[in-house]
Write a protein that binds this ligand. Sequence first.
Ligand SMILES: [Zn+2]
Ligand SMILES: [Zn+2]
Length: 376
Amino acid sequence: MIDPIPDGEGNALRLVELRREIDERELEFSRLAAEFDKTDWWDAEGFNTAADWIRLNCHMNSHAVWNAFAVGAREHDMPATTAAMRAGEIGFAHVATMARTAVEVGGAFDEDKLLPLAIAYSPGKFFHKCIHYRHAVDAEGYSRDQEKLVEERGLRLNTAQDGCLLISGLLDPVGGAAVRTALEPLAQPSGAHDDRSREQRYADALVELSTAGRPAEIQVTATIETLKGMAGAAAAEMEFSLPISSATVRRLACDCSVTRVLLSEDSNVIDVGRSKRLVDGALRKALAVRDKHCQWPGCERPASWCDGHHIVHWVEGGETNLANCLLLCKRHHRMAHEGGWRLVRVNGRVVPVAPTITFGLPRVADDSARAPAGAV
Ligand SMILES: [Zn+2]
Ligand SMILES: [Zn+2]
């Protein structure tokens, strides 16, 4: 027989009660784990450490096992703390942080200093308080540990088979904070209609950070046919990547923020580097003064993070001048090229025209009478 669903208050009371029971059992588990560590049972079972034995047989992660060991080993140094836990003033999470601090600072540990903080703060905040405490009683040891973290730093860049870049790594706290500080402002949503996920915004922010403010020295090799997006044209080649689509190379070539090599049909180099099509110098300044920020309606990404976009692409004869150029942030610039959106000026205002999608391929707007059979 299943109990009826309890009301909110009953549920809340039961949650607190259950957590206290679990915390009590955690304490018991920790005591036993520390005792188990002193036996050689785990060694006879073929394990390197007691922690390994517990991790595997009790299905726990290493963090939880080390918490248990620390509490079990230092419980006798913090009687007031365990009493406070039993009284419901703090939780096992506080006790574990206290015990790990005790292990780290050794003889300098003083329960009386930390317990009031444990009672006053949530486990997360208390953890930070303990870091400060650790620094206060053992600045040298703290500094040594920080240095160890710096030594663990690393960044791996692997290009996957499909050309994507896989990034994994670890930064020390100071390096990590520097990266966060640089990325956070760029990773903010660019307006109410920004539907990118947080992860996508971080990815875009990293790319923006790597290229904004100075031309990216990426080398792109393409033919005029590719740049014009003509049917049957080969993809463009890009340094450190796989061949890229015609839509992407048009975007990169749009404000010429890449070093490009244009090839004629017979593969002779006909144009190297930037030219008068480059949105730079006086024109760039004039654009920044006139537009101030990305010109996509609702987007306020500042000029320094924007590309110059040709409304009519220079490869189609569009001029590189104020009338034919406007500022677009990286995201909106991508939408204008790869996304198939068109930007038109109506009475001085920029209006984006959504791509018409038929079977996933953007096509130009046509009148409905001539819509292809089967179009949805
Ligand atoms: Zn463009
Ligand atoms: Zn924008």
